[in-house]
Each structure stands twice: as C-alpha cells, then as structure tokens.
Ligand binder design. Structure first.
Ligand SMILES: Nc1ncnc2c1ncn2[C@@H]1O[C@H](COP(=O)(O)OP(=O)(O)OP(=O)(O)O)[C@@H](O)[C@H]1O
Ligand SMILES: O=P(O)(O)OC[C@H]1O[C@H](OP(=O)(O)OP(=O)(O)O)[C@H](O)[C@@H]1O
Ligand SMILES: [Mg+2]
Length: 282
C-alpha cells in the first residue's frame, strides 16, 4: 500500500485534497481525521503539518508527500521534488519599511524576522552577508512595527499583507514556490505504484489546462489549421462525407482556446467546438 503525506491545514490543504479527489482518490470527510485508507486504490493518506511532510518522507516511513517547494527547502530534509502541481504559487521575498534597504548587501548587521529560517540563513550565507535571523511562527509583517527586526523575509502572494503593514519588497526574489510532490532523495523512481500516482496527478493537471477542440475544414486549409492546433502529439484528421472536407480533433491550451477559434474561423474552419477534458493519461 502506497503511503502518502497530505497537508492537514493551511493554504495547501484544500487544493491538495481537491486534486486528489479529482484524481479518483478517497479523501477524508472531516478535517480532524489524521489518516484514511483508500483500499480500492491501495493508498493510505496521512494528514500532517505541511512543514513536517518532507521530514516524514525523508525518513522513509512515508513513500511520497505533497508540500510546498519553499517548505521542502526550508526543512533541509533529504527529500526531492518529483512533480510540480501548479497551485499555492507564491514568491519568497525580503521586505522592509521604504528606504531601509535596496538589496541583500544592505542587510549586513541587520535583523531579519522570518518563519523560514532555513531558506533565509542559506540565502544570506550564499551571498556572504552577515545578518541575524529571528524565527517567528507567523504574522511576521508585524515584527518591524514592534521592533523585533528591521527586515522580514516572507511568502508573498497578492502583496496585501505587506501593503497593510506599510512594507515594500526589495532585492531579487529569494525563490518561487508552488505545491509539489516529494519523495526521499534517490528513492526508486520506477516504483510502479508511485508512477501510477504521478500519472493520475499529471492527468488532472492536463485536464485542468487543456480543452479538446474539434472543427471541420477544407483539405486545402488543413496544413494551416493544423499549424494552429498541433495537439500534444499530432491532431486526429478524419474524412467527412462531403468531399474536400476533413474533421480535425486536437487538444489545445484552455487559455488560448478563444484566440485559436478566431484564427481557425479566419482561415475558413467551421463547426468549431471545444469540450472540457475530465480526466486523462498522456
Ligand atoms: N497566501 C499564502 N500564504 C501562505 N502560504 C502560501 C500562500 N500562498 C501559497 N502559500 C504556500 O503555502 C505553503 C505554506 O503552507 P502552511 O500551511 O505552512 O502555511 P499557511 O498556509 O500560511 O497556514 P498557517 O499559517 O495558517 O498555518 C507554502 O508553500 C507557501 O508558499
Ligand atoms: O501576499 P498575500 O496575499 O497577503 O499573502 C501572503 C501572506 O499570507 C501568509 O500569511 P497567513 O495568512 O498564512 O498568516 P501567517 O503569517 O500567520 O502564516 C504569509 O505569511 C503572508 O503573510
Ligand atoms: Mg501562514
């Protein structure tokens, strides 16, 4: 039975459970449940703090886990990213009152408050900057107002929390994060159960980002049309009963579907339809 760690709380937990549900796995009914078994899929899910997930996985007690890239790096655990999941995207940045600092070199001798001490200490060391790091559990934006630090390093998504605290980001982004699947570093990449789990999640990602497009076009226009809709491998082209016409079917990125439909119409394609993909194995 595959043993999988899933975030029990916070920004990652809702979208992770939703993705697993879309991939056909049973999920807990109640937020207090700590583990559930999905016998049909031969999987056991453990609901753990997102911060702890890479540590459990690196110990080898759990096969894989869903966590944030920033949390994996911060933990320093012996685990590696095997699949990015496209949700809980954020940037990790330095911020301070305007005029405090322009770049990392200005942090020398200053105090930085953060919940991600591992990332910050590593980044300062990589850049040869000698600054103190204070660990706080959360709400780090307030640390400056209350005099605990001159600078913070935190997750920024919309920037609302920083604006509300009168702070501004400075310097280069420290890292970009999103939800990821992790496994123990060097674990067997070909393990069939792990591969099947990853294929299911990849199927959800594809179903979320692509739509199926069907249209009819004249044979003379086929090459132009196919250039607009190359599909993932190659489009399906079938003859129509009306001579000189073909039907084409290809997957296209959902975000570009409307523009592609306009372009296809321009070159004479008709009966252009898009339909949602509910699940997929590439
Ligand atoms: N707006 C956001 N705030 C916090 N974390 C975010 C946000 N958007 C994405 N994330 C990501 O979620 C993960 C943090 O999850 P975690 O559950 O530890 O903190 P949280 O969502 O802030 O919850 P809490 O602070 O309530 O425990 C990180 O990978 C982080 O990059
Ligand atoms: O750029 P924004 O969209 O404002 O999002 C970023 C904020 O969200 C998180 O805080 P959270 O609400 O999780 O509280 P916490 O600081 O106590 O973790 C994070 O620590 C930032 O403060
Ligand atoms: Mg938080």
């Amino acid at each position: 039975m595959l043993r999988i760690a899933v975030p029990n709380k916070g920004s990652l937990s809702g979208p992770a459970a939703e993705m697993l549900h879309e991939a056909g796995y049973q999920q807990r009914r109640e937020s207090k449940e700590l583990r559930i078994v999905d016998p049909e899929n031969e999987v056991e899910f453990f609901y753990l703090r997102p911060r702890d997930i890479a540590i459990y996985v690196s110990s080898g007690r759990l096969d894989i886990g869903i966590t944030g890239r920033d949390l994996l790096i911060d933990s320093g655990a012996d685990a590696e990213e095997i699949l990015p999941l496209g949700f809980a995207r954020s940037t990790f940045r330095f911020a301070a009152k305007p005029g405090t600092a322009d770049g990392i070199e200005d942090l020398k001798g200053k105090t930085v408050a953060t919940s991600y001490e591992g990332i910050v200490a590593g980044h300062l060391a990589d850049n040869g900057v000698d600054a103190s790091v204070v660990h706080l559990d959360g709400a780090v934006e307030t640390a400056i107002e209350l005099g605990v630090a001159e600078v913070i390093a935190d997750v920024v998504e919309t920037g609302t929390s920083l604006r509300n605290a009168g702070l501004e980001v400075f310097g280069e982004p420290i890292m970009k994060s999103e939800a990821i699947v992790v496994r123990r570093t060097g674990a067997d990449a070909e393990e069939p159960k792990v591969q099947q789990f990853l294929r299911r999640l990849q199927g959800v990602l594809v179903a979320r980002t692509y739509v199926m497009m069907d249209y009819d076009c004249r044979v003379e226009q086929l090459e132009k049309a196919v250039a607009l809709t190359p599909g993932l491998e190659s489009p399906t082209v079938s003859p129509l009963h009306n001579e000189g016409w073909v039907a084409v079917r290809a997957m296209v990125p959902a975000k570009e579907a409307q523009r592609i439909m306009d372009d296809l119409y321009e070159i004479g394609a008709r009966a252009i339809l898009t339909t949602a993909i509910h699940a997929c194995r590439l």
